[in-house]
Design a protein around this ligand. Structure first.
Ligand code: BJ8
Length: 433
């Protein structure tokens, strides 16, 4: 995909060049097929196309330059790891690849077959040595969210230096105290890794930088409320995926420029699909790069995804860190508070998520909701029952999908999505009659 020859850089990182070459070819073809074939894309997507072209090239070079200057590269797999703390220690935070089937045979020698695709993927990327991000990392930070992840980190930790933070599973006062102490433990770990003390000033600046990125993503999301939506769900998903590893300051600037263009498109009533295309809210498990399967099916049939209730979507961007903390400890309190607002299905009870799905369906004027869960993901497949009940009370149609990263069920998924869209069309017609 990249135009420069990065072979020496990849070799230096211990990448399996042959397998990596194959991966880039598959990725490049899939990207052209899914993204570049879309019609009437906003011009501002050119930057995101460039980032994808250089996904294993220029960005990795930038990470290695940071390391040369003494900064640390820290990999994460979950929204609960505070990016602000990594940045305040002079580091770079990268969300690691976990959205494709890689090294499955090797993975299944270490993990049970009935493990979710996301977990198998992050272990697979490491075993197959095809992800320069993971190889460039000085440390990976795991978290005790679902059972699968926390046990997988015990195994992953044998392959890569890994530090696990404890995420509680309730939001009780003792759980909040535990979480605040874990935030402190992470600060100490980052200070030890970077060899520098994390100051109040550095934290204040990193909170400002990450808040600015989240505000730009919030702005992008709110523009998708327009009818017709000025940007496809696929492109919005791509932006939400890229925000985990691109430079936050540069990306914020590019996103705000893109939003300016989208505002013009809205004023001119320019959209990516006709104004009467079905509007879909996708809710559920995160879609990590390069998992584009379900959105490409949904939008390939002519519907528009107008929002994602997902960690790669609004669950990850809707809350900001309050900027009124003055001392280092007060800023860390605010960071801890913000992160415990995330409504992942690993928490119990998790009524905030149900309320948020209902609110999003209303705000984005969604005709229907697709609940997306990865096979063997107990938190999201089980919570689907409560999501269905909450949406039924609102008379919002719901389609529940359970899938993995393979394309084997693509035709079957397409048939189910098609039937759902026809049902939406019919009920829309009845309402209008
Ligand atoms: S905050 S959703 S990123 S834990 S799909 S590995 S839950 S079995 S990814 Fe997640 Fe953090 Fe929550 Fe978000 Fe387990 Fe389910 Fe697999 Fe999952």
């Amino acid at each position: 995909m990249a135009t420069t020859d990065y072979t020496a850089m990849w070799e230096g990182l211990g990448i399996d060049l042959e397998a990596h070459d194959e991966l880039l070819q598959v990725l490049g073809a899939a990207y052209a097929d899914v993204f570049l074939s879309q019609e009437n894309r906003p011009e501002g997507m050119e930057y995101l196309d460039f980032v994808m072209t250089e996904i294993h090239g220029l960005r990795i070079q930038e990470l290695l330059d940071v390391k040369k200057r003494g900064g640390k590269v820290v990999g994460t797999f979950c929204l609960y790891v505070p990016e602000e703390i990594i940045l305040a220690a002079g580091g770079v935070s990268v969300g690691l690849c976990a959205g494709a089937d890689i090294g499955t045979q090797q993975v299944e020698q270490l993990l049970p077959r009935n493990t979710c695709a996301l977990i198998k993927s992050f272990v697979g990327f490491k075993l197959a040595r095809v992800c320069p991000y993971v190889e460039a990392c000085d440390l990976v930070i795991g978290e005790t969210t679902c059972d699968g992840k926390k046990k997988a980190y015990e195994i992953f930790g044998e392959l890569k230096d890994t530090f696990v933070i404890e995420v509680p599973h309730t939001k009780s006062d003792p759980a909040k105290a535990l979480w605040r102490s874990e935030v402190g433990r992470l600060v100490r770990k980052m200070e030890e890794l970077s060899g520098r003390e994390i100051s109040a000033a550095a934290l204040r600046e990193s909170v400002r930088v990450v808040n600015a990125k989240r505000k730009a993503l919030q702005r992008l999301n709110s523009l998708r409320r327009a009818r017709p939506s000025p940007i496809s769900g696929l492109d919005a998903l791509l932006i939400n995926q890229i925000q985990f590893y691109d430079d936050p300051v540069r990306l914020t600037e590019k996103l705000n420029a893109l939003c300016d263009q989208l505002e013009e498109r809205i004023a001119d009533k320019v959209g990516v699909a006709p104004a009467d295309a079905a509007r879909i809210l996708v809710s559920g498990c995160p879609m990590a790069t390069p998992n584009w399967k379900v959105p490409s099916i949904v939008e390939g049939i002519g519907a528009t995804i107008v929002a994602e209730e997902s960690c790669v979507g609004e669950r990850g961007t809707r809350n900001l860190v309050a900027e009124d903390g003055e001392t280092r400890e007060a800023i860390l309190d605010r960071i801890a508070e913000r992160y415990l607002q995330i409504d992942c299905a690993c928490f119990t009870p998790n009524t905030e998520r149900l309320d948020h799905i209902v609110e999003m369906a209303r705000d984005y004027e969604a005709d229907g909701v697709i609940h997306y869960a990865l096979q063997f993901c107990a938190p999201y497949t089980m919570e689907a029952y409560k999501v269905a009940k909450a949406l039924k009370r609102e008379n919002t149609p719901l389609l529940t999908l359970e899938t993995d990263y393979s394309m084997e069920d693509a035709a079957q998924l397409e048939t189910r999505v098609q039937a759902f869209l026809e049902m939406l069309e019919q009920s829309g017609r009845q309402q209008r009659a």
